[in-house]
Design a protein around this ligand. Structure first.
Ligand code: NAP
Length: 246
């Protein structure tokens, strides 16, 4: 795998899957702009990235804000020049019956997951097209396909990312830019630890491999998709889920 010298922006990389992805990229010689809404957490991951011998920049922004994302990408470019790889990973979870879901809950969920992916991809895609090389990976979820209880907004946001992935992939394919999505099953991160034990047990019952995924399971899926050798894979959704097909 030859990613040496490439640069990446990973959103929500202060924790969980994003952190593991930033570290996996760093292990392949990729310089990383480590985004998180929490600057301190971004700084901790950025330090871990630079300890692997590559450049790192901690880049605070709320990905749902177009202005904050523009400023973040400008800053990241000052340090890293071009962004070759974008991993749209930042996300939240929220469990609420639909009848009690406020419009603000709905907007916040779509804002972070869907507007966030739009804002970041919009900020980097022209550079990728001009360079005739780029990789965009969007973090969807099995929720897009299984429709989990009490998460209408989350399932909607993740399903939207699948359409976003497929349509954008088609548009930028002629320019050497691939766009794919990952739809993880239940992964052992701070986000998953906030789910009820009942939900976790139910997900485990549906998972033949018999364990929760680890953040590294997803990070290595992302590495596979951004590799030079994956240039023929685009518009796809790959679901590392321990056999929990939906
Ligand atoms: P996590 O450990 O909670 O990490 C998500 C990170 O994103 C957190 O540091 C979070 O900060 C940050 N973030 C939240 N809102 C943000 C915003 N507006 N702008 C920038 N950063 C923001 O969660 P994870 O499990 O690694 O999840 C990563 C992605 O995988 C999410 O998109 C999630 O939906 C998806 N996913 C997770 C699972 C799972 O089982 N864990 C399964 C399928 C898909 P705060 O903590 O301050 O909010």
């Amino acid at each position: 795998m030859s990613l040496q010298g490439k640069t990446a922006l990973v959103t929500g990389a202060g924790s969980g899957i994003g952190r593991a992805t930033a570290l996996a990229l760093a292990g392949q010689g990729v310089a990383v702009a480590v985004n998180d809404v929490d600057l301190e957490r971004a700084q901790v991951t950025a330090k871990e990235v630079s300890s692997r011998g590559v450049r790192a920049v901690a880049a605070r922004a709320d990905v749902s804000s177009p202005d904050e994302v523009t400023a973040m990408i400008d800053e990241a470019r000052k340090e890293l020049n071009q962004i070759d790889i974008l991993v749209n990973n930042a996300g939240i979870e929220h469990v609420v019956p639909f009848a009690q879901m406020a419009y603000e809950d709905w907007r916040r969920m779509l804002g972070i997951h869907v507007d966030g992916a739009f804002n970041c991809a919009r900020g980097v895609v022209e550079g990728m097209v001009a360079a005739r090389w780029g990789r965009i990976v969007n973090m969807a979820s099995v929720a897009a396909f299984m429709g989990p209880d009490l998460q209408v907004h989350y399932a909607t946001a993740k399903a939207a990312l699948v359409g976003f992935t497929k349509s954008l992939a088609r548009e930028v394919a002629p320019f050497g830019v691939t766009v794919n999505a990952i739809a993880p099953g239940l992964i052992d991160t701070p986000m998953a630890r906030s789910f009820s034990p009942r939900f976790v047990d139910k997900m485990l019952e549906l998972t033949p491999v018999g364990r929760l995924g680890q953040p590294e399971d997803i990070a290595y899926t992302a590495l596979f998709l951004v590799a030079e050798e994956a240039s023929f894979i685009t518009g796809q959704v790959i679901s590392p889920n321990g056999g929990h097909w939906v």
